[in-house]
Ligand binder design. Structure first.
Ligand code: FEO
Ligand code: CA
Ligand code: CA
Length: 643
């Protein structure tokens, strides 16, 4: 069944009571408010996308490949007519001019060597053509995040004989890589070594703190009494980029690296800092990770960090105007008046979706003029109403509930305690917001809500129309269109693009409404220049191939045609891995994706004995240990990926 609109375009969604209720509620609301104008208003709804998506695109994407089956093979599988090749795996040299230490399969590389090699657990990724401003599709910079470490694999003997050297190696396996890549005439890609651009940013790299919270009381520590410089970035999950060619790396589960030997503050509790942390054990040799001794050090993490990949000497900058939470990523759109808008999700159960709107328009002619654009602007948090409307609530000190009387000292305090500010203004608690994708022609925004098994549980928030399922193990993709199609709009209309699930699931509610191939726990999300929407899954390794997921195989990547709503499986990943990070070259003929944590099991990370592994990808059984890696996908006929 599909819904038809007055303009004849058909809605993608298959039967879904929740969706129909939303539509009904919206129509009746409009009917109530506008009477006879209601019908006219229907055509302005954000749901009818067809014709818009065919204009303004670089090219028109369509699903031209044969979808593949689910898989439990320890391999990257792609459709007939495509190839997938490993380009850059954990431990491969970054190509820094000072040296290219080879990866040791026994994980015997030192901390110093790790600082010149690919970090662990590749995540968000972006391609920057060389030189800046070109559309070079055969030579560019790949910039990516290394989210976290499995220390059972990182060191030859895991956590045994834990030492300062092991902490340094773990810190050096976090952060970002900048690598130069180029393709030969036959389309074979390689990492350029050495390259003057090659760079590793780690959990120990000095960074400047900028924006309204820089230098504020909450940012000051014994090591940095000015509150303006911090060491490192870690748990960098997804990413973003700006139209002036800088990379944005986003600090997600930063709280798990801290322990607390003293008293947990209210902010520690709100952000999930705990007495014992998650077992990274950095605090044992790097005291700043004991939040009991250094309570403000936690305030210096949970930000978006900007750096210029074209300048290997440039210092990364933490942009405090974009707020502090478990940042999944930071995705740009340009407002109608030229200001920059950054959409961001806070990936934790019952957290919020945000957007930042810059004060100033960005300069298209002079990239240096954009150096401090992200330091001035307004942060908003999203409220999704059950009638299909939504609004952006400003997080500005002195406005609404964000006053000194309510415990917010100033704007720096509002930004450091972003989650508390979101609570105070009544934002909508979502099912773990992950990636956000902005349609390149229509500016319509899509966001993955990966799952939330706690939705509707005792003493937890109930379902609502945007988060419609209790014990939500499969997740959904929400989308919205801003008023006037302007990313800086203050109101929007939303609906659910897809409710994920397993079409064969015995429980009807868990079948979802996907038109096409089943999937769950959507995470990565990206529009290519043809308007195809790429969806990547991150089913946790504790549930992969089990229980609700027993029929869905390994994590995967799919492509969606948003005009028809069809979703088709394009890739399946190795055992124990998540598929995350996707980008193409400007010509659309090479796609780069990341495979993260192959071989991981739920007990893997903290087991010093390196328990039996479920994967030996990509090196094979003779290789040794599994490695996260960047994979190059090409069409054998040299065509555009996906078509
Ligand atoms: Fe690191 Fe939200 O995935
Ligand atoms: Ca993610
Ligand atoms: Ca995830």
């Amino acid at each position: 069944m599909s819904h038809s609109y007055s303009d004849g375009r058909s809605l993608n969604s298959s039967p879904n009571a929740t969706f129909e209720q939303i539509l009904e509620a919206r129509l009746s609301r409009r009917g109530l408010l506008k009477g006879a104008a209601a019908l006219a208003a229907v055509s302005a709804l954000p749901l009818s996308l067809g014709a818009c998506a065919t204009t303004g695109l670089r090219r028109e994407g369509r699903l031209g490949f044969s979808g593949i089956t689910v898989s439990t093979a320890d391999a990257v599988r792609v459709p007939a007519g495509y190839s997938a090749k490993v380009l850059y795996a954990w431990g491969d040299p970054v190509g820094h001019p000072s040296g290219s230490p080879a990866f040791r399969q026994d994980a015997g590389n030192s901390a110093a060597e790790q600082a010149l090699q690919a970090g662990m657990h590749h995540d968000g990724i972006h391609y920057f053509p060389l030189p800046y401003g070109s559309e070079n599709s055969v030579n560019g910079l790949l910039v990516m995040n290394h989210e976290y470490t499995d220390d059972g694999l990182l060191h030859s003997d895991g956590f045994a004989d834990w030492s300062a050297e092991k902490v340094r190696k773990a810190q050096n396996a976090h952060g970002c890589s900048v690598i130069e890549v180029r393709a030969a005439a036959d389309g074979q890609w390689e990492v350029v070594r050495p390259s003057r651009y090659a760079r590793r940013i780690t959990a120990a790299t000095p960074m400047r703190i900028a924006g309204p919270a820089a230098g504020s009381a909450g940012m000051k520590t014994a090591a940095d009494p000015a509150g303006t410089e911090v060491l490192g970035t870690f748990n960098n999950c997804a990413h973003g980029y700006t139209p002036w060619g800088s990379y944005l790396t986003c600090e997600e589960n930063w709280n798990t690296y801290f322990t607390n030997s003293g008293t947990l503050t209210a902010d520690h509790r709100r952000n999930g800092v705990s007495a014992k942390g998650r077992g990274y054990r950095w605090n044992e040799f790097d005291e700043r990770f004991d939040a009991g001794k250094h309570p403000n050090e936690t305030n210096r993490h949970g930000w978006v960090v900007e750096f210029d990949p074209y300048d290997p000497q440039s210092q990364p900058v933490k942009r405090t105007a974009l707020g502090r939470f478990s940042h999944e990523g930071a995705w740009p759109a340009t407002a109608n008046d030229g200001r920059l808008v950054i959409y961001m999700g806070d990936d934790r159960v019952f957290e919020y979706i945000y957007k930042f709107v810059s004060r100033d328009a960005w300069n298209r002619k002079d990239r240096n003029a954009n150096r401090n654009i992200l330091d001035h602007g307004t942060l908003y948090v999203a409220k999704f109403s059950d009638d299909g409307s939504g609004e952006w609530l400003p997080l500005v000190h002195g406005r609404g509930a964000l006053t000194a009387a309510n415990g917010f000292a100033d704007q720096a305090d509002v930004l450091i305690r972003t989650r508390a500010a979101g609570d105070a203004v009544g934002a909508t608690k979502m099912d773990r917001p992950e990636w956000i994708a902005v349609h390149p022609a229509t500016n319509e925004v899509y966001c993955t809500l990966t799952n939330n098994s706690q939705r509707g549980a005792k003493d937890r928030p109930a379902t609502d129309r945007a988060n419609p399922r209790a014990s939500n193990v499969f997740g959904q993709i929400i989308r919205w269109r801003e008023a006037g199609n302007d990313p800086a709009g203050m109101k929007f209309e939303w609906d659910l693009f897809a409710v994920a699930g397993d079409a064969q699931h015995p429980d009807a509610e868990r079948r979802g409404n996907i038109k096409g191939d089943s999937f769950g726990s959507p995470d990565g999300l990206w529009f290519d220049d043809g308007g195809l929407l790429w969806i990547q899954t991150d089913v946790s390794t504790s549930t992969l191939n089990k229980g609700h997921y027993e029929r869905l195989g390994n994590n995967m990547m799919l492509a969606a045609d948003i005009k028809t709503g069809e979703i088709r499986r394009f890739l399946t990943g190795p055992n124990g891995a998540e598929v995350t990070g996707v980008v193409t070259t400007p010509d659309g003929k090479t796609m780069f994706i990341n495979i993260q944590h192959p071989g991981e099991t739920s007990s893997e990370r903290n087991d010093p004995k390196n328990p039996k592994l479920v994967s030996s990808w990509p090196d094979g059984p003779a290789g040794g240990r599994p490695r996260s890696a960047t994979v190059v996908i090409r069409k054998n006929d040299g065509g555009i990926i996906g078509t």
